[in-house]
Structure formats: structure tokens, C-alpha cells
Design a protein around this ligand. Structure first.
Ligand SMILES: [Fe+2]
Ligand SMILES: [Fe+2]
Length: 152
């Protein structure tokens, strides 16, 4: 039994569940914006959500890349497929770029730029699709297997 690794896994899984909820909330809030001139009560919630989501997802990916993936890459009794690791790392890069895109589009909405609403919706949709697929991949192909190995 590897206690600290199992605790890390638990924390990462908790964050995955939180990200799924936040992506759903983002989808709802962006969908409720008035396209031509985004206004209204959703804006405050959206500001808080965008401000919270980007650093949290980046911290999470960093924890995986520094603490989880190296363990998965190391020689051991049950090595992971290097192609899976390469895919996961590549998805992190894409997600990082999509978070930047979301933040940029959000800044435009906040400053009242014309056409900013639909551009924000597009950025939110791209992030939701890519991040959801990535979380799902880790939930299915990484976490259960690591839990089995670490529980011993
Ligand atoms: Fe990840
Ligand atoms: Fe993750």
C-alpha cells in the first residue's frame, strides 16, 4: 500500500469531478449570455469561474506531469504505454492553449468588444470538448490501474 500516492490519486480524482461540474457551469453561463452585448447577472459568475478554472486546471496538469506521469514512465512491473503518456502530455499542451484562448476571449467580453460573446462561446465549447475527453481518458486508462498497483 502506497499511502501518499493513493492520497494524490484521490485528490486528482476529486479535481476531475470539480472540473466536470465547472465545465458544465461554464457551458450554461456562456449559453445564457446575450450574444450582441453580454450583460447581466451571469457575468459576475462567469468572471469568477474563468478566473478560478484556468489556474486550477494548470496546477492539476502540473501535478500530474511532475508526480504521476514520471512514475508511469519509470521501468516497473507494469509499465504504461509510452504512446498513452505522449497523448496525455500533448493534450495538456492543447488544454493550456485553450485556457489562454478562453481567458483572452473573456477579456474581450468584459471590455464590451463587438462579437465577443460568440467567440467566447466557441472557446468554451472547444475547452469543454478537449478537457472532458482528457479527464475521461485519465479516469478510464490511468487512475483505476494506478489504484490497483498502489493498493498492492
Ligand atoms: Fe491530465
Ligand atoms: Fe487529470
Amino acid at each position: 500500500m502506497r499511502e501518499s500516492e493513493l492520497l494524490l490519486l484521490q485528490e486528482l480524482e476529486r479535481e476531475h469531478a470539480a472540473f466536470v461540474d465547472q465545465l458544465e457551469r461554464l457551458h450554461q453561463l456562456v449559453g445564457s449570455l446575450e450574444p450582441t452585448s453580454p450583460r447581466g447577472e451571469g457575468l459576475g459568475s462567469l468572471a469568477a469561474l474563468v478566473a478560478a478554472l484556468a489556474p486550477a486546471v494548470r496546477r492539476h496538469a502540473d501535478a500530474e506531469e511532475t508526480r504521476l506521469y514520471p512514475w508511469m514512465e519509470a521501468d516497473g512491473p507494469a509499465p504504461f504505454d509510452p504512446k498513452l503518456l505522449a497523448t496525455l502530455r500533448s493534450e495538456h499542451r492543447t488544454i493550456d492553449a485553450l485556457l489562454s484562448e478562453l481567458c483572452d476571449r473573456w477579456t474581450e467580453v468584459e471590455s464590451g468588444e463587438v462579437g465577443a460573446g460568440p467567440a467566447l462561446a466557441k472557446a468554451a465549447q472547444s475547452l469543454r470538448g478537449t478537457l472532458s475527453a482528457h479527464l475521461q481518458r485519465e479516469n478510464l486508462l490511468v487512475f483505476p490501474r494506478l489504484r490497483r498497483i498502489w493498493k498492492g
